[in-house]
Structures are given as C-alpha cells and as structure tokens.
Design a protein around this ligand. Sequence first.
Ligand SMILES: Nc1nc2c(c(=O)[nH]1)N[C@H]1C(S)=C(S)[C@@H](COP(=O)(O)O)O[C@H]1N2
Ligand SMILES: [Mo]
Length: 348
Amino acid sequence: MISLEELQLAARNHGLPLEALQQPITPTGLHYLLIHYDIPFVDAGSWTLTVDGAVERPLRLTLEELLARDAVEHAVTMECAGNGRAFLDPHVVSQPWLRDAVGTARWRGAALRSLLDEAGPHADAVDVAFTGLDRGVEAEIEQAYARSVPLDEARRDDVLLAYEMNGAPLLPQHGYPVRLVVPGWYGMTNVKWLSRITVLAEPFDGYQQTRAYRMRADDTDEGTAVQRMVPRSLLVPPGIPEFLTRARTLAAGSCVLRGRAWSGHAPIERVDVSVDGGATWQPARLDPDELGRWAWRGWSSDWDAGPGTWRVGSRARDAAGNEQPLDPTWNVGGYANNAVQWVDVTVA
Ligand SMILES: Nc1nc2c(c(=O)[nH]1)N[C@H]1C(S)=C(S)[C@@H](COP(=O)(O)O)O[C@H]1N2
Ligand SMILES: [Mo]
C-alpha cells in the first residue's frame, strides 16, 4: 500500500500527535512539518529579502531591517493541503498524510502589506510570487520552491513575513529566518526560507502554482488552484491506545470528548458529535473564541460511555455553510480530504 519512498517522506515530514490537540497553541516541536526538498542552511547575517518585479521602488532588506519594522502577531492554524490523502482510494502517491498535518502557532513578523506599499506595485500588478532558498527536482523540473498569492490577498492586514514562532526565532525546519504566513490558506502558501517577493503583472506560472496543488478530477482536467482550508474538526482520541494498532480502550462512565475545528472560509459555526458511527449526532459546546479568527476553535461534548464498542467522530460546519462530508471526493493530487474522522473505542 505505502511504498518505502513514501515512508521516507513520512519519516521526514511528521504530523501532530493528536493528543496534542488538548493544547490551544501547539508546542513548536509537535507542529506538523512538510518540506519538499532539503532544509537549506541559511546564514542570517548575509540573508536578504528582495522585493522586485512590477514595482516603482524595488527593495532589499537585511534581517535586522525587517526586525526593526512594526511587528504583528496572530495565532494561526496551518494545515497541509494533502492532509487526509492516505484515506483516498485509489491510492495517491505522495506524502501519505493521515489526518494530523496541522498545528497552531503564534506567528510574529512584519506586515507584508507595509513592504508592498513601500515598493509601490504598478497599476497592472495582479499577483505576488514568493520564492524560497530551497531547491529540488519535481516532475523532472529543477526549481526553487515558489508559490504566489493574488495581490488583493497579499495586501490583507494579517499576512505576515514571520520571523518568530511561539515567541522564539523560527526553527530551521519551519523556515528560518523568515517565512510567509497567509492565515486561512492551506500550508503550501506559506513559503519558508523566503528570499524573494516578486510582484507580477500576469498570473505566476511556477510549477507549484500551475502543475501541483490544483484540484483536478483526472489527468485531463486543468483544475483550479488550491487556496483556503475547507472545514475540519479533529477529536482528541479518548482513552488509551494499544501500542501497534493504536485501538482505543476507555473506562466506562462519564467522559468529556474534546477536539478542535477550523475553516479558512469562515468562522466555525457548529460542531456535531456522534458516538455511534453517524447514526445519531448531538451538538458540541464551542469553547470561548480566545485565539481569534485564524486559529482553530476548541469544542467539547459530554459522553456517558457504556460498555461496548463505539465509533466516535465529529463534524464541523462554518458560517459560510461549508460542512465536512462523510465521504471524501477523490482528486488527482489527493488534496483537501476533510471527511469525518472516526475513532473506534472499546469501553470496558
Ligand atoms: N520554501 C518552502 N516553503 C514551504 C514548503 C517547502 O517545501 N519549501 N512546504 C510548504 C508546505 S506544502 C506546507 S504544508 C507548509 C508546512 O509548514 P511547516 O513545515 O512549518 O508546518 O510549508 C510550505 N512552505
Ligand atoms: Mo503541504
């Protein structure tokens, strides 16, 4: 089912251990990781960030200059677009994510908008490309990792050039010294080891934009670019796991099921919980909204667990009416599979 090549990717790029969903802010070492090529070794002393392309005044900043600018901080839930891929049938060969390619961190940095305003995009500018220092080969094309964001979206007040994660400088694996953070968009948008920002008068045509990260029904379909996160909720697996199968065992009695839910389209409006594999659902309580719009929302639901075997799951819905499906829709890249997570629990 999963090849050694996929295992090689999975061992480099780890997910969030789901018990860590108990914490509103993910400790940095537990945050998921996705790195296409190698983690580049970056000397912060000689690192610079270039802003060029269709602008009046191209800029070049040192790290010191970026750190001296006004800082902005947001708690942001980041999720890989491939989260849930391993559950798709037919199998999609790539990083074989289960459902744990997610994490929430406090990202602090300079507002991208102020830099763009200073550079002065030309009147015909439409897109902004972000290029990292990491290089590799994908589909036989040698490339630096690069993605773009439409100019209107790049100008949002909450888009960051982040140099701190959870109060400390970025770790090498999370993009040291500076990465892009676009709250609400899937992970691939947030270019790490950022070195160049290029304003464009036509849509960016890089590999990660026009070939990868597109929702395509089949090989002939040009598809649409993957952008915002669709709603998902995950639950803290109840009870204790068996070592190999990770099947859960729980003591009978009253218990509180907990989890977190998020959507890049609109705030989470409701979460429903089922303990019988979807035969019946009951609304969960939403925790106070303490982390703001761009972070996941905690929820809880009381359960009087009687002896037997149960199938526990949760289903989120956002204020734009998007709801998690029970079954995934297959696509070529295996993106955005937000089907409901089921956890089998034996109550003894
Ligand atoms: N330069 C660069 N940026 C990158 C990537 C990469 O491989 N290279 N991976 C992207 C993808 S696919 C994801 S999901 C997120 C993961 O961020 P994290 O590892 O900090 O969780 O980074 C994005 N930014
Ligand atoms: Mo990703």
